[in-house]
Structure formats: C-alpha cells, structure tokens
Design a protein around this ligand. Structure first.
Ligand SMILES: *Cc1c(COP(=O)(O)O)cnc(C)c1O
Length: 241
C-alpha cells in the first residue's frame, strides 16, 4: 500500500477552522446567555484521515464523532485519543453492535428498543454499561432514522428498564431548511428534553442535547444544544468512498 501523504495546506486550514469554530461556539453560548463551558464542540471525523484529525486533537479537541463502525475501528489506533471522548453518531445496525460496544463512550443514535436491547446485551457480556442518546426524527422524515417525538417517552421508559444501558439525553438532525425553520425544530426538541427531564424518570438522565451541525450549530446553541457536531466546517467537504 502506498503511504498516505497529507496535504500541508489542508492541515493548516483544518487547524484554523477548528480554532475559529471553537470560538464561535463559545461566543454563541454567551450570546444565548449561557456558560460557554456548557456547550461542547464535537469534531465529526467521518471519512477524514487520521493525519488531519490528530492536529486538532493535539490542540485540545476532546470529543469526536464517527458514523461507521468499520471505519472507526479501522482508524482508531492511528488517532491521538488520550483524554478524548468518542461517540458513535451514525445509524447502527444490530449486527454491528458487538464490534463497537466498549470502544466508544457513547452511542448517540439509538432509535429502537431492539437496538437498545442488543447494546445492553453486548455491554453486559463485557461487563460495562453503555451511555446512549435516543435519536429523535424531529421532522418525521422517511429518509432519516430516529423515533418521532410522539413515541419518545414510551421508548425511553422501555430502554430505561435495560440493565447495561444508561440514557443520557437526546440527539437529533432536523430537515434541511432555513435557519428560522431549524430553530423551530431545535426548540421543539428542547421542549421535550426539558419536559422529560422534569419528570425525573428512573435511570434516565436528560443531561445531553446533541444538535446542530456545520450549517446550523449557532441556531442549535441558541435553542439549548449542549453538543454541536461539526464536520465539514472543520475538515472541509467530505469525499465519500
Ligand atoms: C456527518 C454528520 C455530522 C456533521 O455534519 P457537517 O454538516 O459536516 O457538520 C453531524 N451529525 C451527524 C449524525 C452526521 O452524520
């Protein structure tokens, strides 16, 4: 195999992008009247080579998100992951659960009891408890995974019964739309998040609300997000393979 030679200019722009977005996240938090420490920036590293991810990790980025089990498992050893939290954010098939449990700190994309049961089962096998977020399909889009808001509380209560899973909050991807519309979707999810939190259901912590990506992270922060998942605005446009 040919050795991969990273593009120095791309490393430079990635580092600059990371610094700038990190500042924007903090400034937006302040603008929203929130503590800048409340909002975490996740670097979404899918399709990006380790050579471009490590410079950002070396600068202090402490949270990454990956979409595909295979890709993450294949590159994790090349990443500078000391002190870095890893989340799986992509759709997870039940038959891949075994390969990822224990290798990430959180699975953000749980949207069915079947998947949750498998995560609990595999976690139990290796003597761990897996933190999860439940993914909500806020725009009721056929093309997207996630549970509709109407079914959310019931699913949460079922998942909360499982022994080796800890529910930590909610994740969502709104439909592609303008900023005003996006804010309405974010606000809708935030309302559910607060309602459920107030109910103090056993084994359900509503601590994390993961929403906002490259195009809409500021809108998401203004509506209460505390993890924004930013990929292309840091690493550049993705080349799909
Ligand atoms: C790819 C991806 C992101 C990042 O998207 P960008 O628009 O590149 O910032 C965030 N969340 C999920 C679930 C993703 O799959």
């Amino acid at each position: 195999m040919e050795r991969f030679i990273p593009d120095e200019n791309r490393i430079k722009s990635t580092v600059e992008n990371y610094r700038r977005i990190n500042e924007q996240v903090k400034e937006t938090a302040v603008k929203a009247g929130r503590d800048p420490q409340d909002v975490r920036l996740m670097c979404v590293t899918k399709t990006v080579e380790a050579e471009y991810i490590n410079p950002v990790l070396d600068l202090g980025a402490d949270l990454i998100g990956e979409n595909r089990v295979q890709e993450y498992v294949g590159k994790m050893d090349a990443l500078h992951l000391d002190g870095v939290e890893k989340h799986l954010i992509g759709h997870l098939q039940t038959n891949k659960v075994k390969q990822i449990v224990g290798k990430v700190d959180m699975i953000e994309s749980v949207d069915s009891l079947k998947l949750a049961k498998e995560i609990s089962k595999q976690s139990e096998k290796i003597g761990t408890v897996t933190n999860i977020l439940v993914e909500v399909n806020v725009g009721k889009e056929e093309s997207k995974s996630g549970i509709f808001i109407e079914g959310l509380e019931e699913l949460l209560c079922e998942i909360a019964q499982l022994s080796a899973i800890k529910v930590k909050g909610l994740m969502t991807i709104p439909p592609i739309c303008d900023e005003n519309e996006a804010r309405q979707y974010f606000s809708l999810i935030h309302k559910s998040f607060v309602d459920i939190k107030d109910k103090k259901i056993d084994n359900i912590d509503m601590d994390i609300l993961s929403m906002g990506m490259s195009g809409d992270f500021e809108a998401a922060i203004l509506e209460g997000s505390n993890i924004v998942r930013v990929g292309s605005a840091i690493f550049g446009a993705r080349k799909y393979f």
